[in-house]
Design a protein around this ligand. Structure first.
Ligand code: 1GP
Length: 250
């Protein structure tokens, strides 16, 4: 079964998914491996690997490490065309549909399409929407796009619908890594009601309470990165919360 089919199946069953985001731009692999071991013990549903900047590309080592330890799906979340590795289970193919930068709407896709097809990796197209979190995050700066205003639910709904109509298989509402506030429940709720494809929400999630609020509002999957680097227990608390929502709704 494809990874996308598994994600769709979870959505149909009302199972909420917890994804750990790993930045491949790291020198301290030992620490990352410890965090990954914790996430495996906590039964996260997916790993996303990707980032905006690369000084040190440890992507292949990290994918190989996870694959040697578990069957939990490893999905690339490329911030640029250098982040390709066919040993991962799938790759996201993001278009920054909140912005108007043609490179991130079609240019980079053309550059990497041949390589992706050649690699045989499962490719999941993604409508990636940056939402203003009150701070210029790395991803805002790097994409050279303006985010959708925090409270402008109507633009968010129309953008997400447009992404789905263009054939994107998932929509991601992104507050940006380390965002001071997460996406509002109102926006998540309205966007989720207006699309049929899975809805992913990430950026600034630090507590099980925030995770619960986001999933109750209608997200199908949450992505957590930063907060896991400094708190070893958090992944266990998040997993218990996310997977109890699953039990409640099935
Ligand atoms: C970034 O949404 C993700 O793409 C995760 O953000 O690092 O703030 O959890 P955090």
């Amino acid at each position: 079964m494809t990874i996308y089919k598994k994600i769709l199946e979870a959505k149909v069953l009302g199972k909420k998914l917890l994804t750990m985001l790993i930045d491949p731009d790291t020198k301290d692999l030992e620490n990352i491996y410890k965090t990954i071991d914790n996430a495996i013990s906590a039964h996260v549903d997916c790993f996303f690997i990707g980032g905006s900047l690369l000084h040190q590309n440890s992507l292949a080592e990290i994918v190989d490490y996870i694959k040697s330890k578990t069957h939990i799906p490893v999905i690339l979340f490329p911030g640029n065309t250098a982040q390709v590795y066919s040993q991962a289970d799938a790759t996201l193919f993001p278009s920054v549909i909140s912005g108007r930068n043609p490179e991130l709407l079609i240019g980079r896709h053309v550059e990497s399409a041949g390589l992706l097809r050649e690699s045989g990796i499962e490719v999941i197209s993604l409508g990636y929407m940056l939402i203003d979190s009150g701070l210029t995050t790395t991803v805002n700066y790097i994409t050279n796009t303006s985010p959708i205003p925090y409270d402008n639910t109507n633009i968010a709904i129309s953008t997400a619908i447009a992404g789905e109509l263009l054939g994107m298989k998932m929509i991601y509402l992104e507050a940006g890594s380390g965002a001071p506030r997460t996406i509002s429940s109102k926006m998540i709720n309205q966007v989720s009601k207006n699309i049929n494809v899975p809805l992913i929400v990430g950026g600034g999630i630090k507590t099980p309470e925030q995770a619960e609020e986001i999933l109750d509002a209608g997200a199908d999957m949450i992505v957590v990165g930063n907060a896991l680097e400094t708190n070893d227990d958090l992944i266990f608390d998040l997993s218990a919360t996310v997977h109890s929502i699953k039990t409640k709704t099935v």
